[in-house]
Design a protein around this ligand. Structure first.
Ligand SMILES: Cc1cc2nc3c(=O)[nH]c(=O)nc-3n(C[C@H](O)[C@H](O)[C@H](O)COP(=O)(O)O)c2cc1C
Length: 198
C-alpha cells in the first residue's frame, strides 16, 4: 500500500483546495491509496461492505417456470425513456429465465420483507419455497411482482452486456408501483433499516 504522495493525481490534496487561500480550509487526511491500478479481491470486497444499498428481488418467468434472486446491483439509468439496469451473476437460476423471456421485474423490499430477501439469497432454493412467502402478482411482462414492496419496476430487456462473472441487463420500464414505507437496506453483511438523524 502506498501513501497519498504516490496516489493518482485526482486523489492528491491540492495546494489550494477549492480555490481557497492556503490554510483557509483543512484538508482531511487521506490515509492510504493503492499504488497500482489493480486491487485484490479482498480489498474490493472490504470496501463494498461499507456501502449501504437498497435490497431488491429480481424475478422472471418463462413459460411455467419462475424464479428470482436477491440483488443490490440495481440502478436507474434514465427517466426518458424510463430505464433500469440489474447485474445478474451468470450462474444464478433466474439468469436463464430473464434471457428466455426477455423481461424481469425489480421488487425493492420493505423492512418488513427481510425474510423474502433471505429466501431469494439462499443458494438454489426451489421456486415453491421462495414464492411461498408474500403475495406475488404480475403486470405487463408476467414477471412476478411482490405486493407491499416499496417500489416495483416491470421491465422489458433492451440490451445485455457481459461483464466478468455477470450480465448487465438494461430494461425498459413498462410498469411501476410504489408505496410510502421503510426500505430494507444491506450493509456489512447484515440486513438493516433506516434511522432518522437529528
Ligand atoms: C444483499 C445481497 C445482495 C446480492 N446482490 C446480488 C446482485 O446484485 N446480483 C447477483 O447476481 N447476485 C446477488 N446476490 C446473490 C444472490 O442473491 C444469490 O447468489 C442467489 O442465491 C442466486 O440465486 P440462485 O441460488 O437461485 O442461483 C446478492 C445476495 C445478497 C444477500
Amino acid at each position: 500500500m502506498a501513501t497519498v504522495q504516490d496516489a493518482h493525481p485526482a486523489f492528491r490534496p491540492s495546494a489550494s483546495p477549492c480555490g481557497l487561500a492556503r490554510g483557509a480550509e483543512r484538508m482531511p487526511e487521506i490515509v492510504e491509496m493503492p499504488a497500482s491500478d489493480t486491487v485484490s479481491d479482498a480489498d474490493f470486497k472490504t470496501a463494498m461492505r461499507q456501502v449501504t444499498s437498497s435490497v431488491a428481488v429480481i424475478t422472471a418467468r418463462s413459460g411455467k417456470a419462475r424464479n428470482g434472486l436477491t440483488a443490490t446491483a440495481v440502478c436507474s439509468v434514465s427517466a426518458e425513456p424510463p430505464m433500469m439496469l440489474v447485474c445478474i451473476n451468470r450462474s444464478a437460476t433466474a439468469e436463464s429465465l430473464i434471457a428466455e423471456s426477455g423481461s424481469f421485474a425489480i421488487n425493492f423490499l420493505s423492512d418488513q420483507q427481510h425474510r423474502i430477501a433471505r429466501l431469494f439469497s439462499t443458494s438454489k432454493l426451489s421456486a415453491e419455497e421462495r414464492f411461498g412467502e408474500g403475495r406475488w402478482l404480475s403486470m405487463a411482462t408476467g414477471s412476478p411482482v411482490l405486493e407491499g414492496a416499496v417500489a416495483t419496476f416491470d421491465c422489458k430487456v433492451v440490451e445485455r452486456v457481459l461483464s466478468g462473472t455477470h450480465h448487465i441487463y438494461f430494461g425498459r420500464v413498462v410498469g411501476v408501483t410504489s408505496l410510502d414505507q421503510e426500505a430494507l437496506l444491506y450493509r456489512d453483511g447484515s440486513f438493516r433499516r433506516l434511522a432518522a438523524v437529528g
